[in-house]
Ligand binder design. Structure first.
Ligand SMILES: [Mn+2]
Length: 308
């Protein structure tokens, strides 16, 4: 399938790249790596996001377009998601496209277009984009290597998560000489806006435990929209606590409660979230529940109790 997608891409003169809403390092890194590679082939390629880029990634200098109805594209490739509802407003772009392609690594319920690659054995979408770029026969330069490095390091937590494989390391080894590792890792993992630190401290101080400390729950019932992007990794903070096997973060967004779930070992986060209409990976998944905050939270925790 990768070959077919590469062939298709080579035949095009313009492509729009879309990814999932609230894009993380993998979503952005794999999208921009693909953009830079396509541009080297003389193909016009834009990354379109639903909202302006998360300030955490401003250090990259990446410049996406922000979705508006004026943007239209015949050819759309989706990266790091496999259900078009995951792209938020950009779903319209995907729907209206003549050529639709997907390169993803989430557990997939159904094939959503003809040129569709969803390989959940890949640690990051960036691993698949690395292979796609090789298939396109583009030489990897500093900009592409840095984007792929950010992608893979983000989704593997710096090669510490269980999804990390020999292949992950092999790919990184091929990129690393082109990347300013110390700078990128400091920006990616160490630097935090003061606001994020303050907000995290407040929410962490209110952590609740269930199931003899095996389930750690962090909640943000009231959250200013401008603070939302600061809280991408809150479920992991619960898992920092000794003995905690399930970390869950609830936040109110509009009429729904967004749930992000992180688990250890055999506790299947994707399966749990799929019961609530969501999905993801075995140890990291999410869903939205259209119920009042406390009700949604209680219902979800009741389900989690069955897993410990
Ligand atoms: Mn990913």
């Amino acid at each position: 399938m990768l070959k077919k997608i590469a062939q298709k891409l080579k035949s095009l003169s313009e492509v729009t790249i879309v990814t999932h809403e609230n894009p993380d390092g993998d979503a952005l890194g794999s999208s921009f790596a693909l953009k830079f590679a396509l541009e080297k082939l003389g193909i016009k390629a834009d990354v379109v996001l639903e909202k302006p880029i998360n300030p955490d990634f401003e250090f990259t200098g990446w410049a996406p377009l922000v979705y508006s109805e004026a943007i239209n594209s015949e050819n759309v490739i989706g990266v790091d998601f496999n259900e078009q509802t995951r792209t938020g407003a950009c779903a319209t772009l995907f729907e209206n496209a003549k050529t639709k392609m997907i390169v993803d690594h989430h557990i997939c319920k159904a094939q959503t277009c003809e040129l569709f690659l969803s390989d959940h054995t890949a640690a990051a979408a960036g691993e698949l984009i690395f292979e796609l770029i090789n298939e396109l026969d583009v030489e990897i330069d500093k900009a592409i290597a840095t984007a792929l490095y950010i992608s893979i390091m983000s989704d593997t937590g710096g090669c510490r998560f269980g999804n990390t494989t020999a292949k992950t390391h092999t790919i990184l080894a091929k990129l690393i000489d082109l990347v300013d590792v110390a700078y990128v890792c400091r920006m990616l993992f160490d630097i935090t806006p003061l606001r994020k630190l303050e907000l995290s401290a407040k929410l962490i101080s209110e952590i609740e435990f269930y199931g003899n400390g095996k389930i750690g729950v962090i909640s943000a019932k009231k959250l200013a929209p401008e603070d939302e992007h600061h809280l991408n990794d809150m479920a992991n903070r619960a898992l920092n606590v000794e003995g905690c096997l399930i970390g869950v973060f609830f936040k109110q967004r509009g009429d729904v409660v967004k749930v992000s779930l992180r688990t250890i070992g055999e506790i299947d986060a994707a399966k749990i979230c799929s019961m609530f209409g969501g999905g993801g990976h075995k140890n990291a998944a999410g869903c939205s529940i259209a119920k009042p905050f406390d009700e949604a939270k209680e219902e979800f925790i009741r389900e989690l109790m069955k897993w410990i």
